[in-house]
Each structure stands twice: as C-alpha cells, then as structure tokens.
Write a protein that binds this ligand. Structure first.
Ligand SMILES: NC(=O)c1ccc[n+]([C@@H]2O[C@H](COP(=O)([O-])OP(=O)(O)OC[C@H]3O[C@@H](n4cnc5c(N)ncnc54)[C@H](OP(=O)(O)O)[C@@H]3O)[C@@H](O)[C@H]2O)c1
Length: 273
C-alpha cells in the first residue's frame, strides 16, 4: 500500500506504540484519524504532528472538511462509539484501519475475575472485529485498503502470567488469518504484526520484573512502528518481532509440548493469586 495516498484510522493513537506509529505514518505522508478515549493527548499529538509535518490538524467536526491529522475521542468497546468511528472513517475516506488499542492483564489467571476477563476480550478482540465489520463496506469500495492488527508474540506462544492476554491476541491472529483468506479476492488486505515486549507504559512494574526474571528483552516502540510501516508497504500477511520469540512461535506450532518444561517454570516467579 502506498502510504502517501492513504488515510489511516489508528486506535490507541496516544499510547506508546500508537504515538510512534502515528509519527511514522505521518512521515510517510499518510493522513490520519487518531482514535483513543482521552481527547487531550489526542489533540496534543495531532497538533504536534501537524506542526512537524506541515499538515492541518485538529478534532474531526461533523459537517466540516476533515483536517489531514484528525482525531476522535471514542471508546472502541462501546457500540455507539464504534458507529461514530465508522461515520468518521467514511467522512475521512479511511482506507487503512489499524487496530492498535489494547489492554494488558498480567498475573496468574486465577487472580482475574469474570468482569476483567470480559473487559479484556472486549477491547483486545471483540472491538477490532466489530470495528472491522463496521468499516468493511467502505474499505471494500477503495481501490486499495488494509486492516492491520497489532497482536503479540503471546498470540502464538502461551505463557504463564499472560494466559488471558495471550488468548485475546491468539484470537486476534485467528481473526486476521481467516479474514485475510476470506477477502483474498477483494482490494482489502488483512495483516497482523506480532511484537514481543515493548518499552511503553503498557506493562506494570510486576510484569516488567517478571519479564526481566524470564530473560526476555523489550524493544523500543519506534522499532515496532518501523516494522508496522514495512508490513503495510510490502503488503505482508504477518510479521513477528524479536529473537528468539520469532522462532519460538513456529516451533511451538509444530511441537506444542516441547517448550512446556522451560516455559512452565516461569510460573514459579509469578506473584501469588
Ligand atoms: N507494550 C508491550 O509490551 C506490547 C507488546 C506486544 C503488543 N502490544 C500491543 O500493542 C498495542 C499498543 O500497546 P502500547 O504498548 O502502546 O500500550 P499503551 O501505551 O498502554 O497504549 C494503549 C492505548 O490503547 C488505548 N485504549 C485502551 N483501551 C481503549 C478503548 N477501550 N478504546 C479506545 N482506546 C483504548 C489507550 O488510550 P486511552 O487510554 O486514551 O483510551 C492507549 O493509548 C496493544 O494492542 C498491545 O496489546 C504491546
């Protein structure tokens, strides 16, 4: 996809990866529709991008021409906000939908409750599926379009401490794989990016301590943004980041119990439920 001709709706735009992704997309000439729940950081980000890249920027207002860098405050789990996102996407001519908003759920599975589980699946899996459904009629009418999901290495490697989160990202990957094949004869590409841990405010101090104790590394969010741009520009179906995580995924798929011993031992350093 040619980004200098694209208009991207980016969810979770004011977060750690979102901010870097917005910057990288704007640098490539893409126009943006930044989405998140909080208006203030979105407005600050849009204005900063507008200034840096010499583009018009501001809130998306009904009946007015959308600025190049537009923003919309919306909770993507709420049906009424999903409808507002779809209307805004139509008004802006969105042809690139990037599912980046997400929430963590680090800790023992038994420490979670039903409400937390529901909220996690709602934002990490259900909302991307519902938003895709709402935007697909518009995306199908474009000469080129893409739906891109930011998943996780944990979407193809189940780990202690990340059981529910990993399940939400495995579901997201399955959604992308099926939809990619279902839309193969349309102008809409469906793509999935699987970063390993990323140094943003997403991970709690306890999750960080566990990651360090497990010997796994974290990438800077700018590296994820670079990978996202490469994925979109090259039209790749999937891209996975970091070694050995990139390798562990396929090994786990072929030999699902091979890593049970070493990875299972990571449960010992988890906080008690
Ligand atoms: N950091 C990591 O270690 C890591 C690793 C692999 C994958 N990922 C994935 O990368 C994505 C971005 O993560 P990040 O590290 O940038 O996290 P982050 O800094 O916490 O950003 C997450 C963003 O999601 C938005 N968000 C959360 N719930 C939302 C909702 N209901 N509606 C709309 N927006 C919502 C938040 O914005 P508001 O609060 O303003 O709504 C926030 O800007 C997530 O999908 C995450 O699962 C992260």
């Amino acid at each position: 996809m040619k980004l200098d001709q694209a208009r991207a709706l980016l969810t979770g735009a004011a977060g750690g990866i979102g901010t870097e992704a917005a910057e990288a997309l704007a640098r490539r000439g893409a126009r943006l529709l930044l989405v998140g729940r909080r208006a203030e950081p979105l407005d600050t980000l849009a204005r900063a991008l507008g200034q840096r890249h010499g583009r018009s920027a501001g809130a998306l207002r009904p009946g007015e021409l959308p600025p190049d860098i537009a923003w919309l405050a919306a909770d993507i789990t709420r049906p009424e906000d999903q409808a507002r996102c779809a209307q805004a996407a139509e008004a802006c001519g969105v042809d690139l939908l990037i599912h980046n908003a997400g929430q963590p759920a680090f800790g023992r599975f038994e420490a979670l409750d039903a409400e937390r589980l529901h909220a996690l699946i709602a934002v990490n899996l259900l909302a991307p599926m519902q938003l895709s459904l709402a935007l697909l009629p518009g995306l199908r009418r474009k000469p080129q379009a893409a739906i891109v999901a930011i998943g996780s290495a944990l979407g193809r490697l189940g780990l202690p401490g990340h059981v529910a989160y990993g399940a939400s990202k495995a579901g997201l990957r399955g959604f992308c794989e099926g939809l990619r094949r279902e839309l193969a004869d349309t102008p809409v590409r469906v793509q999935y990016l699987g970063p390993r841990a990323v140094a943003t405010g997403f991970n709690s101090p306890a999750a960080e301590a566990h990651r360090i104790a497990s010997g796994s590394r974290a990438d800077p969010p700018a590296e994820v943004a670079r990978a996202l741009i490469a994925l979109i520009e090259r039209g790749e179906a999937e891209r996975h980041l970091g070694f050995p995580e990139r390798l562990a995924g396929p090994i786990n798929a072929f030999l699902p119990t091979l890593l049970d011993g070493p990875l299972g031992r990571q449960a010992r350093s988890l906080p008690a439920a």
